[in-house]
Design a protein around this ligand. Structure first.
Ligand SMILES: CC(C)(COP(=O)(O)OP(=O)(O)OC[C@H]1O[C@@H](n2cnc3c(N)ncnc32)[C@H](O)[C@@H]1OP(=O)(O)O)[C@@H](O)C(=O)NCCC(=O)NCCS
Length: 376
């Protein structure tokens, strides 16, 4: 038994996994061995979800029924909508999503011994209903009616439709689909690990994913893109960016959207998102992208040698803002994508399961006397 505590389990492999792979030096991310660049260019979120869950790209005969199933299960039961209506409108959408997913599980009890059909159906329900919960909370908290899902749209298009009640713009629909592909999995991070720990107790996938959602809600995991947008807003224009960032660097303040525990070069997802942030900004006329370019240049002049490059959050906030997604829904959109990855890890965990039961290094006292309360 090891006596050394590895804080944060840094560098400790906790599973053998065939789902995703990161090479931080080369800036490479693969899902099931396929590069993120190829998936971003050729795939759809639905097909990528199939790849993550089942380990291979689907044939036409496989993808059509999978997509049909994903469309069929978008609706929320009226009692789930009632539950969402009862949540405080000032609450965070991530907390609403976590509560919604946990509650949905109560409507679909699973047998102790799930077979492949039970598991597959639970995955479909969770991937389909997550966007519906996010959109319903967003509408209801503003006092608007929730919008029922449409089954003629892709998952990304239908999410944009449920958020606004308007037909989604085809370019925005495609770019959101791409964002979902880019965020669908990312090896053994905190929320995925949380989900695998809960999965190892043979809890239901609804518990697994609501636990993962809790982990993702913390500011050290999801959410740096909100800080990036706050920074770009506070800078206000490309002309001011240089001075503001030089001052941050002089004060040793971390610049949000830069640096990564694994990537020591540009995050491949940031490279892809940069292109789309530019495309969307050209039509909207906002200053965010131009300001971000100056921020990137100044940070790189100082920190490139240290391996500090833009991460996925640097450009995703700009893209989501251009898609009219409210800032506190950025992390829920990440969760819509990551649901596929969490569930793939759950399937992998239960396939070769052993309950997680780490150990600890006890550093407290021994043989202490019990002192009666009146003498303490
Ligand atoms: C992502 C992050 C937590 C990675 O952390 P990490 O691997 O533990 O790296 P550290 O925080 O120990 O940083 C290592 C060095 O780089 C510097 N650094 C890291 N990120 C930096 C940033 N965004 N801006 C300026 N300096 C940074 C640190 O100050 C530290 O410098 P030092 O060696 O002189 O002390 C960190 O880069 C960060 O906080 N980034 C900003 C928040 C963010 O964008 N998060 C989203 C991640 S996807």
């Amino acid at each position: 038994m090891t006596a050394e505590v590895i804080h944060g389990l840094e560098g400790v492999p906790i599973a053998e996994s065939g789902i995703s792979f990161v090479d931080g030096k080369a800036g490479r991310l693969e899902y099931r061995g396929i590069s993120i660049e190829d998936l971003a260019e050729h795939s759809t979120f639905e097909e990528t979800a199939y790849l993550l869950l089942f380990g291979k790209l689907p044939t036409r005969e496989e993808v059509d029924p999978f997509q049909d199933d994903l469309r069929t299960h978008r609706r929320l039961k009226y009692r789930i909508l009632d539950l969402i209506k009862c949540l405080p409108e000032t609450g965070h959408p991530m907390d609403a999503l976590q509560a919604g997913i946990a509650a949905i599980g109560m409507f679909y009890p699973l047998r102790q011994k799930m077979d492949d059909v039970d598991r597959g159906l639970a995955c479909i329900r969770l991937i389909s209903k997550t966007p519906s919960v996010v959109a319903a909370f967003e509408r209801l908290r503003k006092g608007d009616q929730q919008v029922s899902p449409r089954d003629d749209l892709t998952l990304a298009g239908n999410f944009l439709y449920m958020m606004t009640g308007k037909d989604p713009d085809p370019l925005k629909q495609r770019i959101l689909d791409l964002c979902l592909i880019l965020h669908a999995d990312h090896t053994m991070n905190a929320s995925t690990f949380a989900g695998r720990v809960v999965g190892s107790t043979l809890a239901t996938p609804y518990s697994v994913t609501s636990s993962a959602l809790g982990a993702l809600s913390g500011p050290l995991h999801g959410g740096a893109n909100e800080d990036v947008m706050a920074l770009l807003d506070s800078i206000g224009s490309p002309q001011r960016a240089g001075a503001v960032i030089e001052e941050m660097i002089a004060n040793k303040t971390k610049v949000p959207g830069f640096g990564h525990r694994v990537y020591k070069t540009m995050d491949p997802r940031a490279k892809i998102l940069k292109k789309y942030a530019q495309q969307l900004s050209e039509t909207s006329g906002t200053h965010h992208f131009e300001t971000a370019l100056v921020v990137e240049k100044v940070v790189q002049e100082h920190y490139q040698e240290k391996g500090i490059w833009p991460n996925v959050d640097f450009f995703s906030g700009i893209v989501y803002t251009e898609l009219n997604i409210p800032r506190d829904c950025f992390t829920p959109v990440f969760a819509i994508a990551r649901m596929a990855g969490w569930l793939a890890h759950w399937l992998e965990q239960v396939e070769r399961n052993r309950i997680f039961r780490p150990t600890q290094k006890y550093v407290g006292p021994h043989d202490q006397p019990y002192i009666p309360i009146e003498k303490r």
